[in-house]
Design a protein around this ligand. Structure first.
Ligand SMILES: [Fe+2]
Length: 290
């Protein structure tokens, strides 16, 4: 059984600096602490892009500091808020596909993970140029292993008008490469939307995780009058990361709200703590209002 961690959209803005009232670097450091404590048997963690918000040196420095204590290998991807040259200055070991794109492969017993760069610097929408397409095709043609795809931008709409315009726009070109290998593409992990989303695209199972800082609210109304000024509703739902368990049969994606701020209890208490019929379903959870 392969186990790996899907973090995404950490949006670091510098050490001690806040965004929408919370400190993304601190949130990322909290995720690292949680992974070390609870998921240290995972093969790797990936941050699926938007490592920083503005792509500046101070921001990558803060990312570096926040992840420095992680005890499992870390894979870095880029999103529309990143800058590849600055990433490389701070993380010289980041993937390079030979053409300068942050693309690479990680092999597990359950199949190989392919990390794609959908960032085209200077625009917020995702793109996948011919050079990157050639790399992906070569990876898929190389063997018959099951494949897990990781992208920042989804190549499909998710029903949130303010974000759908900045999806990965070269989706047909991407699909033409994937389609011949459809049967062995096990899952597509994406980010960018800052929400837990699960479904499928042309039969490929897909999932997105929350950001570790600001989230998109679930608001599917499209009240946009001017398409150039899209309404993007946000909120501060709890940060989360994905815990993926995969073997040759199954891919399971757990979303973990790692700050564990809600009360925790045993569904079935040990015998010496049981009352009456045994299961204390009427127990009081201190400080919790249902
Ligand atoms: Fe983002």
């Amino acid at each position: 059984m392969a186990k790996f961690i899907h973090l995404t959209d950490v949006h670091v803005v510098g050490e001690g600096k806040t965004m929408y009232g919370s400190d993304p670097a601190k949130r990322l450091a909290g995720a690292v602490e949680s992974i070390n404590a609870e998921q240290s048997d995972a093969e790797f963690a990936v941050i699926g892009g938007d490592l920083t918000h503005w792509g500046g040196p101070e921001e990558y420095e803060a990312v570096k500091k926040a992840v420095s204590g992680l005890t499992i290998p870390l894979v870095l991807m880029v999103g529309n808020h990143d800058a590849v040259p600055e990433l490389r200055r701070h993380f010289p070991d980041a993937f390079d596909d030979g053409n300068g794109f942050v693309q690479g492969v990680w092999r597990t017993d359950a199949g190989k993970c392919l990390f794609l760069q959908t960032l085209q610097e200077g625009v917020h929408s995702g793109h996948y140029c011919e050079k990157r397409q050639a790399w992906l095709k070569a990876q898929l043609d190389a063997d018959d292993e099951p494949v897990f795809l990781f992208m920042h931008h989804p190549p499909f709409e998710v029903g949130i008008a303010g974000m759908d315009g900045s999806r990965m726009l070269d989706s047909e070109a991407l699909w033409s490469i994937l389609e011949p290998h459809r049967a062995r593409i096990r899952h597509l992990f994406f980010g960018h939307i800052h929400r837990p989303i699960f479904g499928s695209w042309r039969g490929v199972p897909v999932s997105c995780m929350r950001s570790t800082n600001q989230q998109l609210a679930l608001d599917l109304r499209d009240e946009t009058e001017n398409p150039d000024i899209r309404r993007v509703p946000g909120n501060m739902e709890e940060p989360a990361y994905g815990v993926v368990l995969a073997d040759r049969d199954t891919v399971i994606v757990h979303m973990h709200e790692y700050r564990r701020r809600t009360p925790e209890f045993l569904f079935i208490p040990p015998p010496d703590q049981r009352e009456g019929r045994g299961y204390a379903h009427d127990m009081k959870l201190e400080g919790f209002e249902g």
